[in-house]
Design a protein around this ligand. Structure first.
Ligand SMILES: [Zn+2]
Length: 165
């Protein structure tokens, strides 16, 4: 079950009261939780048939694992939840444009659509960098919708990095 559909938002976890169970808000809540753990604030949620089946935030520092990006963890959790190595028909919501590694995993997972918030000119691989899904060696390309709640995601990242100086 998707608890977000049934529980009122927790004001402590959700200071802006935005989480109503819509997947991008779930991703933003994961990003804020990541920031609170000292991780770069990126969060992701995976939806199947209108239901959030998995969500995760960045955990590379905590797990000592450079592959523990929000998207990677959410994909693993969704595969586990759906008992499948492919996520056909699933959509991924993420607060930052995916990097090359995550774009590769998204392709292998056969994710149907991705919705992301902030563009990432330095590390993105979808609409920046290698344009992974446009390459002939990419065998499954999702539909891509970027720039959703972009300023909110950009502010979250900016505040995080300013706070670390
Ligand atoms: Zn990544």
């Amino acid at each position: 079950m998707n608890n977000a559909d049934h529980n009122p938002p927790d004001p402590k976890e959700d200071p802006k009261g935005e989480s109503k169970g819509d997947p991008m808000s779930v991703a933003f809540a994961e990003a804020r939780a990541a920031a609170a753990r000292g991780e770069v604030p990126v969060g992701a949620a995976i939806v199947k048939d209108g239901r959030v089946v998995a969500s995760a935030g960045n955990r590379p520092r905590e797990l000592r694992d450079p592959s523990a990006h929000a998207e990677m963890l959410a994909i693993r959790l969704a595969c586990e939840a759906l008992d499948d190595e492919r996520l056909s028909g699933c959509d991924l919501y993420v607060t930052l444009e995916p990097c090359t590694m995550c774009a590769g995993a998204i392709s292998f997972a056969r994710i149907r659509r991705i919705y992301y918030a902030a563009h990432d000119p330095k590390g993105g691989a979808v609409d920046n960098g290698v344009h992974f899904f446009d390459q002939p060696t990419c065998h499954h390309a999702p539909e891509v919708y970027g720039g959703i709640r972009e300023s909110e995601a950009a502010t979250l990242l900016k505040e995080f990095f300013e706070g670390r100086r």
